[in-house]
Design a protein around this ligand. Structure first.
Ligand SMILES: Cc1cc2nc3c(=O)[nH]c(=O)nc-3n(C[C@H](O)[C@H](O)[C@H](O)COP(=O)(O)OP(=O)(O)OC[C@H]3O[C@@H](n4cnc5c(N)ncnc54)[C@H](O)[C@@H]3O)c2cc1C
Length: 467
């Protein structure tokens, strides 16, 4: 077996990718192990994509601290590497007297969480800001820091930075066993077991299974499904802010939000389920969000739907994150990262490094390579509209996905990047291709031919499931 790694991170979702990136700054040998075929294919690809300030988290909780820190870190990191982020602000809307009386309570919570700048809104102010709101909005709160972020680019940027700085990425490698002599853990994950001195569990929905391999049973993951509807870009004119309901004890509720690709999202539901793999949508779930959306933004429900999807939150018995470090066991668990992990990821990673740095000597590397992600956000200058880029390389002027205006140059780059797309699903998350209103109906054939030409593999190899 190869020499042991210093750290093995299990799970290449946004949390594991953030940890691998953070560790890549140090002179450590790190491996990022992922069961799936790509980075970010678990819950990290199917969420609501809000960059939360943490204004409504439970004050004093681990989640409150790490979301606030993650928000600050992500805002800076997104600008540095080109992750699409828009600070739209959010309007939290109260529709009845019971909800109106909650507004000062939420303001107090936000203040306790260090989230500043909230402003109370009268009904008139709400309608002035969001004229398409349904009738009956009584009052609201403006949370100016809330925003939207690209859930696909974030983990890809982090994993790319980790890889170019020396982290080994092992895809298609599900960890199924662990043996330890007290100082070296050997992780069984296919034909090539991996030995490591420290293990970080960032396995999302499977974090409790990995806990079991280490003889720990501190929580059980019960998936909480969230179903969402994506509306076509013509619906984008209907709102300026993220529109939030007053949260309850159990859920943040159904929201309406713009996306960084110029669409509108409606959802999610919050239903406890047993199956950790079942990401299907249901008739009841979609009807539920439609009913809620019709109240908030009546015109939305007549707009065209581009897609529907569901994601599974890694809910546990606790409402807080399950972060536990066993220095003697050399095992760090980052579990129960339920509904805010995209926002908190860089804060969680920073905390993870602080914990590991206790027993594990770490020296910062002198040179650290930076990455720059392709500009896929609607608020950015996209390749197809960048005249100087097209003048240098006409492939950036050759559009292959017309709904989302993705060019042949971007497809080629995604196939050649340090963490390359290995199929259509990977291309979809890296470039936006196949995400538009036609969902590939018009461009799929041309796209597959292009990919086959670029990779030298038969076209049929790319016609795997797109969802
Ligand atoms: C409906 C919904 C809406 C949400 N909205 C938001 C939001 O607006 N803002 C926000 O900040 N957060 C949001 N979240 C939460 C956020 O998406 C999650 O907290 C975050 O994606 C969790 O990341 P993760 O890396 O822990 O898990 P995952 O992304 O699930 O990654 C875990 C990875 O571990 C891998 N894995 C599992 N077992 C093994 C094994 N044995 N060996 C190797 N690999 C393994 C999996 O394949 C997976 O890729 C939402 C979640 C849902 C479901």
């Amino acid at each position: 077996m190869a020499a042991p790694f210093d750290v093995a991170v299990i799970g290449a979702g946004v949390v594991g990718a953030a940890v691998a990136r953070a560790l890549s700054a140090f002179d450590l040998r790190t491996v990022l192990i992922e069961a799936g075929p790509d980075v970010g294919t678990g819950t990290s690809k199917a969420n609501t994509a809000i960059l939360h300030t943490g204004f409504d988290a439970a004050p004093g909780s681990m989640e409150a601290r790490l979301v606030a820190r993650g928000y600050a870190l992500m805002s800076a990191y997104a600008a540095e590497v080109g992750i699409p982020v828009e600070q739209t602000g959010a309007c939290l809307v109260a529709w009845n007297e019971d909800e109106v009386v909650q507004l000062p309570v939420i303001e107090e919570k936000a203040a306790a969480n260090g989230c500043r700048g909230l402003r109370r809104l009268s009904g008139d102010e709400l309608y002035a800001m969001e004229p398409h709101l349904g009738p009956g909005a009584r009052a609201g709160l403006l949370i100016p820091g809330e925003g939207i972020v690209c859930p696909f680019t974030a983990p890809l940027a982090m994993a790319t930075e980790a890889v170019v700085n020396g982290v080994e990425l092992r895809l298609d490698s599900r960890v199924t066993s662990m043996e330890s002599d007290g100082s070296i853990h050997v992780l069984g994950c296919g034909p090539d077991p991996i030995a490591a001195r420290y293990v970080v569990n960032a396995a999302g929905l499977q974090a409790d299974t990995i806990e079991g391999l280490f003889g720990r049973h501190r929580f059980r993951v019960r998936p909480r499904r969230g179903e969402l509807i994506v509306y076509d870009k013509m619906a984008r004119r209907l709102l300026s802010h993220v529109l939030l309901p007053v949260p309850t004890k159990t859920t943040k509720g159904v929201l309406v939000a713009p996306t960084v690709f110029g669409n509108v999202l409606l959802g999610p539901t919050a239903t406890d389920v047993d199956d950790k793999e079942d990401r299907s949508t249901t008739r009841e779930g979609l009807e539920y969000v439609l009913a809620k959306g019709g109240r908030v933004l009546p015109a939305l429900v007549n707009e065209e739907v581009t897609a529907t999807y569901a994601g599974l939150r890694a809910a546990t018995e606790s409402s807080d994150y399950q972060i536990h470090f066993d220095p003697v066991l050399r095992y760090l668990c980052l579990g129960g990262i339920r509904s805010t992990g995209l926002s908190a990821s860089l804060g969680i990673a920073e905390h993870a490094v602080e914990l590991l740095a206790g027993p594990l000597p770490m020296t910062l590397k002198r040179d650290r390579k930076k990455v720059r992600m392709p500009p896929v956000g609607e608020g950015m200058v996209r390749a197809y509209e960048d005249a100087s880029l097209i003048a240098r390389d006409p492939e950036y002027g050759r559009i292959v996905c017309h709904c989302e205006r993705v060019t042949a140059g971007e497809i080629r780059d995604a196939l050649r990047s340090p963490v390359p797309a290995r199929g259509l699903e990977g291309l979809r998350r890296r470039t936006r291709c196949l995400q538009g209103r036609c969902q590939g109906f018009y461009c799929l054939g041309g796209l597959v031919s292009l990919v086959a030409r670029e990779t030298g593999r038969p076209a049929a190899a790319f016609l795997e499931a797109l969802a």
